[in-house]
Design a protein around this ligand. Structure first.
Ligand code: ADP
Length: 171
């Protein structure tokens, strides 16, 4: 039987919430692979603001809106196991990560070093978001929102609305 040549990419993250930086990296990744698996870390220990289901939904909505010619099909999955194990399970040959700052670089450098020892066949590809999205982080978006700031520059409109509801629930 002919081997499938479908290239599967894995983009992991916490997405609490999904930001314009994440959307930018998802769009770039969708142009590079045939199927993109976006893995949402359950991240119980981090005590995420948004539930796993909410984070999965945000990504599914954004990915649906970017579907089109030359764009990968997208699958969104929760995960709490070892990343290279998940890559094997879903048949991914590449892990996609976004790079922002030198601090990201140091952490990612270590991760690649360790992951390539665990699973030499899986490559990691780093992508940079458009300049105006590079400084955006979920942590800052949560902080700005909690202090009543305008997050609409940093997240898609549906996430602005979800954040509004979430903070109202918490009051
Ligand atoms: P993690 O807990 O894995 O860091 P995040 O949701 O914060 O999860 O980020 C997921 C991935 O998206 C990481 O590779 C991160 O570097 C990347 N990323 C997040 N924000 C941006 C951004 N503004 N520009 C480029 N990459 C980003």
């Amino acid at each position: 039987m002919a081997q499938s040549t479908k290239r599967i990419g894995l983009y992991p993250g916490t997405f609490d919430p999904m930001t314009a930086g994440h959307v930018d990296i998802i769009r770039r990744s969708m142009k590079l692979v045939d199927e993109l698996v976006i893995a949402v870390a359950i991240a119980k220990s981090k005590g995420p603001l948004f539930t796993l289901e909410e984070r999965v939904e945000m990504i599914e909505e954004a990915a649906d809106a970017m579907q089109g010619d030359g764009m990968a099909s997208v699958r969104v999955l929760p995960f709490d196991n070892l990343l290279v194990q998940l890559a094997k399970e879903v048949g991914a040959s590449v892990i996609l990560r976004g790079l922002r700052t030198v601090t990201d670089f140091e952490y990612e450098y270590q991760m690649v070093g360790m992951n390539s020892r665990l699973e030499p066949d899986v490559e990691t590809i780093f992508l940079m978001a458009e300049a105006r999205h590079q400084a955006v982080s979920s942590t800052l978006v949560r902080e700005i929102a909690k202090m009543g700031g305008d997050i609409s520059h940093f997240v898609v409109p549906s996430v602005v609305e979800r954040m509004r509801k979430k903070l109202a629930e918490k009051k």
